[in-house]
Design a protein around this ligand. Structure first.
Ligand SMILES: Nc1ncnc2c1ncn2[C@@H]1O[C@H](COP(=O)(O)OP(=O)(O)OP(=O)(O)O)[C@@H](O)[C@H]1O
Ligand SMILES: CC(=O)N[C@H]1[C@@H]2OC[C@@H](O2)[C@@H](O)[C@@H]1O[C@H](C)C(=O)O
Length: 362
């Protein structure tokens, strides 16, 4: 029986559900024991999306959503543990990312992740580590992305320059030179704009395998305008979110009346090009992709066309793309427990390394 069990919980910017993993982790080992994907009730997803933009009565709404999320995270943990008949007392801690509803890097910056840790700890009987981002921000960092040190731990390979790209709602890249983490940043939108356009025009949550995008034609003038957003030229450290890349952003750039599938093709190209452009200075020899975007075969094809090095799923390097982020937060909980630093100043720009996250006991 494994002895260093941690749970990782991720609810990302796509607001598509909870990814939960049980891992066995130590300084010399890491393995996935069980995985579980837990749906978010539609009404809760809607409330979360409303909170992602400034609005009225935010504190009341946030308080309610936070308690609801705490309860549903606990349900997800229960179902995860049931898969391997693991008793809760065998789990050292839960690393709970929470649901980002606001991310404002910069002077006096802050990042808000909802999901009441007291609710989760009391309902499961397991200590919870949460609020991973704010100490890095207090130290002058972006507070994001936080997964690059984990990417290094899992995917660093001697003698190879690798970029690990997570394509979730937003997309982020980690730059690995052999066993050294040399950088990392959010590249910009991942699936968020494509999801939005698909929901508006097709009524589906996302464009399965990018089939709809594949049926359209890329509109080059629009693509050029979208790529002119200053975020893409900004040097790292940088991170972003729905505060910037949202429906208003898209509407304000739309001048022409395009067939909907052409816009979808253009949005897929924006994701692929912004990722590829952000990697040109690093010149990776291999690109490993994780996050839900790894399932979008059209998008991966476009990314492959934009980069002349192999573009592969992280599965080929040992971890299925659906579980990388949740596994990273289990690893960060382990780091907190062991009082090891969780952030990478070379990525976030923080003044120093720091132990991240707050512990909530049941
Ligand atoms: N078969 C598929 N075809 C196309 N896209 C897919 C497929 N499966 C998942 N996706 C995309 O992946 C998204 C979910 O990705 P993921 O769970 O990695 O995001 P997230 O963790 O919420 O985001 P972030 O990493 O920004 O926090 C979906 O919203 C969808 O756009
Ligand atoms: C503030 C926030 O929640 N950021 C997320 C988001 O989703 C992808 C990208 O933007 C990344 O910066 C981050 O998530 C991962 C888990 C990270 O911190 O590495």
């Amino acid at each position: 029986m494994p002895s260093d069990l941690y749970i990782g919980l991720m609810t990302g910017t796509s607001v598509d559900g909870i990814d939960a993993v049980l891992v066995d982790v130590g300084s010399d080992h890491f393995s996935l024991v069980a995985t579980h994907s837990h749906a978010l009730p539609e009404a809760l997803s809607k409330d979360i999306l409303t909170l992602c933009q400034p609005g009225e009565s935010e504190l009341d709404a946030a308080g309610k959503v936070s308690r609801q999320l705490g309860r549903i995270y606990a349900e997800a943990c229960g179902e995860l543990l049931a898969k391997t008949n693991t008793e809760a007392h065998l789990v050292t801690a839960i690393g709970c990312h929470g649901q980002t509803v606001r991310h404002r890097p910069g002077p006096d910056g802050f990042s808000v992740q909802l999901g009441c840790p007291d609710t989760l700890a009391c309902a499961t009987g397991i200590p919870v580590v949460s609020n991973f981002r704010n100490k890095d921000m207090v130290l002058g960092g972006q507070g994001a992305p936080l997964v690059p040190p984990f990417h290094l731990r899992l995917f660093g390979a001697a003698g190879e320059r690798r970029a690990v790209v997570n394509i979730g709602g937003m997309a982020n890249a980690s730059l690995l030179d052999g066993d050294t983490l040399v950088g990392g940043f959010d590249t910009g939108p991942g699936n968020v704009l494509m999801d939005l356009w698909t929901q508006l025009h097709r009524g589906d949550n996302y464009d399965a395998n990018g089939a709809w995008a594949a049926s359209g034609k890329i509109n080059k003038p629009l693509l050029k305008r979208l790529l002119r957003d200053p975020y893409f030229q900004q040097p790292p450290p940088k991170s972003t979110g729905r505060e910037r890349f949202n429906r208003q952003w898209l509407t304000q750039h739309l001048k022409e009346d395009l067939p909907a599938e052409n816009l979808q093709a253009t949005l897929a190209e924006l994701t692929a090009r912004s990722i590829a452009d952000s990697l040109t200075g690093f010149q990776p020899q291999r690109i490993l992709v994780c996050g839900g975007g790894a399932h979008n075969t059209y998008l991966l094809g476009r990314l492959q066309d934009c980069c002349d090095v192999p573009v592969e799923s992280t599965e080929l390097a040992g971890l299925h793309p659906d579980w990388v982020e949740a596994a990273a937060f289990a690893w960060l909980a382990w780091a907190r427990w062991e009082e090891k630093p969780g952030n990478a100043p070379v990525v976030t720009g923080a003044a120093r390394e720091a132990i991240l996250g707050q512990v909530t006991l049941p």
